[in-house]
Each structure stands twice: as C-alpha cells, then as structure tokens.
Design a protein around this ligand. Structure first.
Ligand SMILES: [Fe+2]
Length: 227
C-alpha cells in the first residue's frame, strides 16, 4: 500500500506461492508516497528487491506472448506515462512474435476515463499508443488501477479505432477499499486462450459464500482479429 519494506516482504511471500511463469509490473503503490527523497532518488528500490526477481517479462509460451511495461511516473504519483521509446520498443517486440500466438501488452494505468469509475492517472496519448500496438499485432491491452473490471473492444472505448483489439481491465483482487462501493466487489479475471478463442471468466468475491465465483464467460473468437 505504501511501498514499505515489510509490505513488500509480505507481497513477496504471496508471489512465491503462485504457479510460474508470473509477470509482475509496478503500480503507483509500489513507489513511496510520503518518502519524497526516496521517491525521487530510487523510487523502485523495494519493487526491484522484492517483486522483480519473481517476474518473467516478457512471458513467451508457445500460444501466448505477453509483455509488461512500467507506466509509473515517480514525479507524479498516480499519473501514468508511456514514452515514445517504450511505445516503439513494444511495437518491435510485437512484430517479432509468432503469428499464431496470442499477443498481449500489460500496463498499470487506464487508457481512458470510464464514466462512473473516474480515477486520476489515465495515460496521456493512450489512443495513439494503442493504435500503434494494435497495428504491430497486439490482440489485447490489459490494465488495472481503476478498481473496476471490464472487457471491451478498443473501438467501444475509442470510436473509430482502426484495428480490432481488446482492452481488458482487472478489478481489485484484495483491496478492501473496493468493498461496499456501489457496483463493485473484489474480482479478478481468469483468461483462457486457445487457437480459436479467448475466454474471460470474471471471478467475483461473494461475501455470503466467502468465495470467488465465476460470471458467465465472455468469448472473443480469434476470427474477430485481423492477425
Ligand atoms: Fe494504481
């Protein structure tokens, strides 16, 4: 929550329990908020020590390729950023991946304000970045930060978006601040990939049963995409 060593150590214990490969990318809570000196001199110190060693990035499985990027700007705590060098590096990586694999890009902040779920930090110029990635072969961009889950085609978010692509937002798996907020509960996505389709089952916390329970799956056929 505040990027302190003890909090990272507990996060590391959890990361170690997950099946591999795991990809970890930093969020805005992974840099110090109040320790301004550390935030400006070595903002990712704890992240690099506790989280990064457990991260496989990019993930390169036969059917699935995923690259995660750091969108955190230490000078502005919440504001996401993707510079031109990073955008182009991701394009090069996407272009080099096998044509039959699913290709994903993972970022932290959102690409557009969602009505009813405003949260500061949307990445400036995100539409142009997403268009470049879509043209380079990305099937989906995954993000978090807004504590609200959805899966939409990019042209639902950005009318006239020229290439078929998905934008998938993760909810919040564990943050208690989400609980009780209208229309939201803790959730995570289970995304399954096959040659023919990508299937998203959103798992939502049911406080009555004390378990995560799956929504009706949402299916996107591979034929929806142009590559
Ligand atoms: Fe965040």
């Amino acid at each position: 929550m505040r990027a302190r060593g003890g909090q990272f150590a507990r996060a590391e214990e959890w990361l170690k329990q997950l099946p591999t490969p795991v990809m970890v990318i930093p969020g805005n809570h992974d840099i110090p908020l109040y320790n301004l000196a550390l935030r400006l001199t070595n903002p990712f110190r704890n992240y690099r020590r506790f989280a990064e060693p457990h991260s496989t990035n990019p993930i390169e499985l036969p059917c699935l390729r995923a690259i995660g990027i750091n969108t955190i700007n230490p000078h502005r705590h919440q504001q996401g950023i993707i510079d031109g060098v990073t955008r182009d590096r991701v394009c090069e990586w996407l272009t080099a991946q096998p044509q039959d694999a699913w290709r994903l890009v993972v970022i932290h902040q959102h690409v557009k304000d969602i009505p009813g779920h405003h949260r500061p930090g949307a990445i400036p110029g995100a539409r142009e970045t997403l268009e470049a990635w879509a043209r380079a072969g990305a099937h989906a961009v995954l993000h978090g930060h807004i504590h609200f889950d959805y899966a939409q085609t990019a042209d639902q978010l950005f009318p006239g978006f020229p290439v078929p692509m998905l934008v998938i937002a993760a909810g919040t798996g564990s943050n208690a601040r989400t609980r009780g907020k209208a229309g939201t509960t803790n959730s995570f996505h289970l995304v399954e990939f096959s040659q023919e389709k990508l299937e998203i089952s959103t798992q939502r916390w049911n406080s009555m049963s004390g378990r995560f329970e799956a929504d009706q799956p949402v299916v996107f056929p591979r034929s929806l995409f142009s590559n």
